[in-house]
Design a protein around this ligand. Structure first.
Ligand SMILES: *Cc1c(COP(=O)(O)O)cnc(C)c1O
Length: 841
């Protein structure tokens, strides 16, 4: 049995337990001094208050309980926390509070802090920042995820510069999580039907300010050894294990929602991994309300939103059809006779629904099961409309129903103490807890250039100190001799232009672009007047030998005595390291091959701290970049990989040599780089609010949560009568769609207008179930256009034949337009929920 983590603390300091278990400490740094005071070393090493508290001896705790200064600090912190928790925030403070019951946010990984290592990278960090921002804005969100026995791997670099991977065991009692205990039933366990057995899932919770994150694990002694390993490793194992994990997340996760949070109306599926929640949600409603599965799906889909993250179809999560046939029969189980056939459910995950051999695509299920699908940047929205095109076969790509909400970062997690002071002057208390206005202003003159430059200097110095310490430790632990270790103490220079660069080492991110012209790089690093230094970090996927090779290239450079003082590679990239880097660097370099980076968030983390981005026009930077706020690499025009690489390499060096470095070292009599500071004002002032978690979450509230809560309430009223009608409506359209056809349009050209009439024969359909439209595609001069035609007289002698008529604007020619018929229902999300379409022949 896992021990239930409760500590016996002297009553004076009993509050420590609660605050150590509230991950609000990952962003509210007033508490840091407390933990440091309890055990400096342990705190520095683990950054985990829960571990610090558990590690403290009885004697130390007793001492603390009698230390008035400590008690005062503790009291202050507890009061601040109570105020945070008890003051209604932006969302609840208005009448929005009544319009949304709750949101369950499902994600395979959550990156909240280094102390809870259940994340691999960007996707997890985003999910963590979503929960933190929801807490700040007081949006009723709960998180649903998995508690892995081993998190993502920890990285060490060996003597040859090769990455080694280690998977330390996540001792649950040492993690800042608690079992979910119900007053009567004890520890909440969820049973999950797997082939031939029921797997017991344990339910844990992590507290994130006002938000609760529920985590499931299968490591219960009652399960078979095989099943205990389902949640062993994040992204570990083959397809079957991965499928089991996704069933645990989606199906098990939805059962947690049902058990603890019946008020939840919105199911937010973060990436396709969690899409089984959609099936389970419908299944549960069918059972409870005596509906057939498809009626229940019509009801629940209105409350589902899917965020897609991949920019290439190959990135979609897919499973062989036979694996699904093995694991999903439970869906049919209790629902027999209620209109659910496994094969039809499986068709939700195929592009060609009639091809029963096609692999099951989780993103397709997620799109088909959600009213709204959302990409993670403007550019990614466009790209997604192309890669989801197979589900909207005859729809124009611009009408594939995928919008976007550009990601944002939770500012208080990523700002430094110094930048926080500056922002305090600009926005005052409570900043980042309300959505900022849409006017993006540069940093005002009330913050002086001296203040800004002091903030930058402090950040850079801190990073240099941290890099020396971190490098010394990694060399010592890597078995290097004392001389080498000592040299780490003098690497880098706190007064030198510092470029930073951290990411997953994978081909499309081109993390070695800067190394492609070593002679030119050498000149940059060794220019005596205008020196440059680089701090690098990042992991390669364990199976990615190309990525590992690229790490080795950087290590070779960093260990070469000629570059040792100018280039530092910091091992084991994680949240803490990302914080140090993004708070300290002057310029953040980002070099993905466009459009492979769906969004990217690391560059957003430097904004609040006065760092400047220098990036290819990919992901978020494509919409953020202007020449006042930073620099762009390449021209974004595309082409072959080799061609683009060649252009981008030149461009990267050109930008550094001709723009970045001269501007940085252009100093006035006081030693201040005035042009650079001007750039900081624009980047920091304009972009920080725009790419913040607060903006991202208000977008989700407005675009998805509130409209969907309204929609699902409508569909569920009168024992789901509207949902049942929609289901009927869609079935009718499906079965009768082929009976309709469009006759030849007749054009009447007059001086004033171009009028069009077209006969449409609807077969067995009624005119109010469809819309007849004219569509003109995008051209260089025109945006795409849809003109609705109105129904006129019935055609004599026909069955359901009508004349439809309308006028086209003088700016476009008739040849641009094609007549089409599409489904219409005022309460359906179209074409997302029913992508039928017929075009004029
Ligand atoms: C922010 C962050 C990421 C995501 O960064 P991108 O490279 O921009 O996708 C990944 N890992 C860590 C540890 C981060 O902090």
């Amino acid at each position: 049995m896992v021990t239930i983590p409760l500590l016996e603390l002297p009553s004076e300091i009993a509050a420590l337990q609660q605050i150590a278990l509230d991950l609000r400490w990952t962003w509210s740094h007033e508490g840091d001094a407390l933990w440091g005071h309890i055990d400096e070393k342990l705190w520095e090493r683990t950054l985990n208050p829960w571990t610090v508290l558990q590690g403290a001896s009885r004697e130390r705790l007793k001492q603390l309980s009698q230390d008035q200064k400590f008690l005062d600090k503790l009291n202050g912190f507890v009061n601040a926390r109570n105020e945070y928790l008890n003051t209604p925030g932006w969302f609840r403070d208005t009448d929005r509070g009544n319009q949304l019951g709750g949101v369950a946010y499902f994600s395979m990984e959550f990156g909240l802090g280094s102390a809870l290592p259940i994340y691999a990278g960007g996707l997890g960090i985003l999910a963590g920042d979503v929960l933190k921002s929801a807490s700040d804005l007081d949006i009723p969100v709960i998180g649903i995820g998995l508690l892995y026995q081993e998190g993502y791997f920890r990285q060490l670099i060996d003597g040859r510069g090769m990455q080694q991977e280690f998977y330390p065991y996540n001792e649950p009692s040492a993690l800042p999580v608690e079992p979910v205990i119900l007053p009567e039933d004890g520890w909440l366990k969820i049973g999950l039907e797997m082939p031939g057995r029921v797997v017991q899932l344990r339910v844990w919770k992590a507290t994130v300010g006002r938000v609760t994150l529920y985590l499931l694990d299968s490591n219960d002694p009652i399960n078979s050894p095989l099943d205990r390993g389902i949640t062993a490793k994040l992204y570990g194992g083959g397809p079957e294990l991965r499928l089991m994990q996704e069933i645990v997340l989606g199906v098990g996760g939805w059962r947690v929602v049902e058990a603890l949070h019946p008020e939840v109306e919105i199911c937010h599926v973060n990436e396709g991994h969690a899409a089984f929640a959609i099936i389970e949600r419908a299944r549960q409603l069918a059972l409870k309300s005596n509906l057939d599965f498809w009626e229940a799906l019509w009801a629940t889909r209105a409350g589902n939103v899917f965020t897609t993250h991949t920019p290439v179809a190959a990135g979609f999560d897919r499973f062989p059809a036979e694996l699904l046939r093995k694991y999903l029969p439970y869906v049919e189980g209790a629902l027999h006779g209620r209109g659910v056939k496994l094969e039809h459910v499986l068709a939700l995950g195929r592009a060609d629904q009639s091809n029963s051999d096609e692999p099951f695509n989780m993103a397709f299920l997620a799109q088909r099961g959600s009213a709204i699908t959302i990409g993670v940047s403007r550019l990614h929205g466009e790209v997604s409309r192309r890669i989801f095109q197979p589900l909207f076969a005859r729809w124009p790509s611009c009408e594939v129903p995928i919008g976007y909400v550009t990601n944002g970062v939770h500012i208080p997690t990523w700002d430094s103490a110094g930048s926080d002071r500056v922002w305090n002057k600009i926005l005052g208390k409570g900043r980042w807890r309300t959505p900022t206005g849409k006017d993006r202003m540069p940093i005002p003159d009330s913050v002086s250039d001296e203040d800004l430059w002091a903030m930058r200097g402090e950040g850079r110095q801190r990073l240099v100190r941290y890099a020396r310490y971190h490098l010394g430790r990694q060399l010592r632990e890597g078995g290097f001799d004392l001389e080498q270790v000592q040299k780490a103490e003098t690497v880098l220079d706190p007064n030198v232009l510092t470029l930073g660069f951290a990411r997953r080492f994978t081909e499309y991110k081109r993390p070695n672009l800067l190394l492609r012209d070593l002679a030119r790089l050498d000149k940059l690093l060794h220019n005596p007047m205008y020196p440059v230094q680089i701090v690098v970090a990042g992991k390669a996927h364990p199976a990615d030998t190309v990525g590992k090779g690229m790490i080795q290239e950087w290590i070779n450079l960093a260990r070469n005595p000629r570059y040792r003082n100018h280039v530092v590679f910091l091992e084991d990239y994680d949240i803490s390291l990302a914080q140090e880097m993004t708070q300290g660097v002057d310029v953040w370099i980002n070099t993905p091959r466009r459009p492979w980076e769906a969004c990217g968030t690391s560059g957003m983390k430097v904004l609040v701290n006065g760092g400047i981005n220098c990036s290819t026009l990919d992901g978020w930077w494509d919409e953020a970049y202007t020449d006042e706020v930073g620099w762009s690499i390449g021209d974004g025009s595309g082409g072959t990989a080799e061609g683009v690489d060649a252009i981008d390499i030149q461009s990267l060096y050109d930008v550094l040599e001709n723009k970045v470095i001269p501007e940085y070292y252009d100093r006035d009599g006081l030693g201040l780089p005035r042009r650079w500071l001007q750039r900081i004002r624009h980047s920091m002032g304009r972009l920080t609010p725009e790419f913040s978690g607060a903006r991202m979450m208000t977008d989700y509230v407005e675009i998805a949560y509130l409209p969907l809560a309204k929609a699902i309430r409508e569909r569920m009223r009168d024992r789901c009568a509207p949902a049942r009608m929609l289901n009927q409506w869609s079935r009718t359209l499906y079965s009768r769609w082929n009976g309709l056809h469009i006759g030849n349009p007749v054009v009447n050209q007059s001086e004033a207008a171009t009028n069009v009439v077209v006969p449409v024969y609807l077969g067995e359909l009624t005119p109010n179930a469809v819309r007849v439209e004219m569509f003109a595609d995008q051209t260089p001069e025109h945006a795409p256009e849809v003109i609705m035609l109105h129904q006129e007289n019935a055609i004599p002698g026909s069955t359901n034949g009508y004349i439809f008529a309308g006028a086209i604007p003088p700016s476009r020619r008739m040849e641009d337009y094609t007549v089409r018929v599409v489904p219409y229902h005022p309460n359906a999300f179209l074409p997302a929920e029913l992508p039928l379409i017929t075009w004029q022949k």
